[in-house]
Ligand binder design. Structure first.
Ligand code: NAD
Ligand code: IPM
Ligand code: MN
Length: 369
């Protein structure tokens, strides 16, 4: 088999900082596990805008379509706040998701034992938590037309976005959730607002139909997304797989992040249809953003990005055992008490730097041999 290819788009803010640590991990797998990757790097977000005047150059888009997997850091930042909407850093990421047709965004929220005390929720609410949010990623209100800001008939400006879902868009992400559930706790909860939105009515109907026709053995429930947010905080362990739309999934996954202790802990995989080689089109990225408040200070937690690479090992490269090895290394480092600043309680302590956390995870990988 040829060497698998990986395109790294580190992006802005803490993106390059956390990606430096992921490179150490990638190099370790090449040196110690004979798992080499053909790694290339390119620009996305504000970094791409600074050079090309657009947040994603066409050549970079073409490369992303070619490689076995893309690994992205984060995009955005105050420097770019006043740019025209069409060239904002976030548009680069949205273009990647849309043109690669990455419709299924897997956002696992796992609470490591060592952090159970640290969550803002009570320990027994989060200890042992392991849920998977499947967020639809290429449709809904993020992409629906009509959209824009225009002057209406009474001369007033109005902002418009449109929530729009087709039956096939709902069915394919539902399948992805049911497939995952079969390999986990066999339970799916679908979240929408069928009480107030027609798109929610269709969502509920199609998820139920896919269930009844193709996955009758998986337990399915439906919940309004607002109640879902409340239940995620009340008793998150009632869930196994949650499937929801693009916007609700964005919100609910940030909520889920706090169950694990920090936004700096949450990885994600965005998957599309299989390519010719059988691998899904794929982009891996942490759930967090560019964290302008801590960028450039060596404070960022690299674990979300490192765990995103573990997801790449599992979902793109068929290396489940090596993904487990990496996740265990992260677990060990946390159990040993290492914490970046985001994992410190209000009473403080002595946090380690981004690079010290990366080095410790490499050392734990070494110890795993
Ligand atoms: P953010 O996720 O960047 O930061 C929210 C808070 O979490 C901040 O206090 C930050 O310091 C902290 N945080 C986030 N990641 C962390 C990490 N790895 N280690 C330690 N602390 C961490 O969200 P925001 O402040 O709302 O957005 C900032 C910029 O990032 C915006 O331009 C936004 O559009 C962009 N953004 C990008 C992505 C992405 O690239 N996928 C995701 C979310 C936000
Ligand atoms: C995320 C981010 C993105 C989103 C932005 C940066 C486009 O918040 O990946 O969660 O809204 O999807
Ligand atoms: Mn988000």
């Amino acid at each position: 088999m040829s060497t698998p290819s990986l395109l790294i788009l580190a992006g802005d803010g803490i993106g390059p900082e956390v990606m430096t640590e992921v490179r150490k991990i990638i190099d370790w797998f090449g040196a110690k596990r004979d798992l080499a990757f053909d790694v290339s790097e390119d620009l996305v977000g504000g970094a791409a805008y600074d050079v090309h005047g657009v947040p994603l150059a066409d050549e970079t888009m073409a490369k992303a379509q070619e490689v076995d997997a893309v690994l992205l850091g984060a995009v955005g930042g105050p420097k770019y706040d006043d740019l025209d909407f069409s060239v904002k850093p976030e548009r680069g990421l949205l273009r990647l998701r849309k043109e690669m047709d990455l419709y299924s965004n897997l956002r696992p929220a796992q609470c490591f034992d060592a952090l159970a005390d640290f969550s803002s929720l009570k320990k027994d609410v989060v200890a042992g938590l392991d849920i998977m949010i499947v967020r639809e990623l290429t449709s809904g209100i993020y992409f629906g037309e009509p959209r824009g800001i225009s002057v209406n008939a009474s001369g007033e400006r109005e902002g418009v976005n449109t929530q729009r879902y087709t039956e096939s868009e709902i069915a394919r992400v539902a399948r992805s959730a049911f497939e995952l559930a079969k390999r986990r706790g066999n339970k799916v909860c679908s979240m929408e607002k069928a009480n107030v939105m027609e798109s929610g009515i269709l969502w509920r109907e199609i998820v139920q139909k896919v269930h009844d026709e193709e996955y009758p053995d998986v337990e399915l429930s439906h919940m309004y997304a607002d109640a879902g947010g409340m239940q995620l905080c009340r008793w998150p362990k009632q869930f196994d797989v949650i499937v929801t739309d693009n916007l609700f999934g964005d919100l609910l996954s940030d909520v889920a992040a706090m169950l694990t202790g920090s936004l700096g802990m949450l990885p994600s995989a965005s998957l599309g249809a299989p390519m010719e080689n059988g691998r899904p089109k794929a982009l891996y990225e942490p759930v967090h953003g560019s964290a302008p408040d801590i960028a450039g200070q060596g404070k960022a937690n690299p674990i979300a990005c490192i765990l995103s690479f573990a997801m790449a090992l599992r979902y793109s490269f068929d290396q489940g055992a090596e993904a487990d090895r990496l996740e265990k290394a992260v677990e060990k480092v946390l159990a040993d008490g290492l914490r970046t600043a985001d994992l410190m309680g209000p009473e403080g302590g002595s946090p380690v730097s981004t690079s010290a956390m990366g080095d410790a995870i490499v050392a734990a990988l070494d110890a795993s041999l």
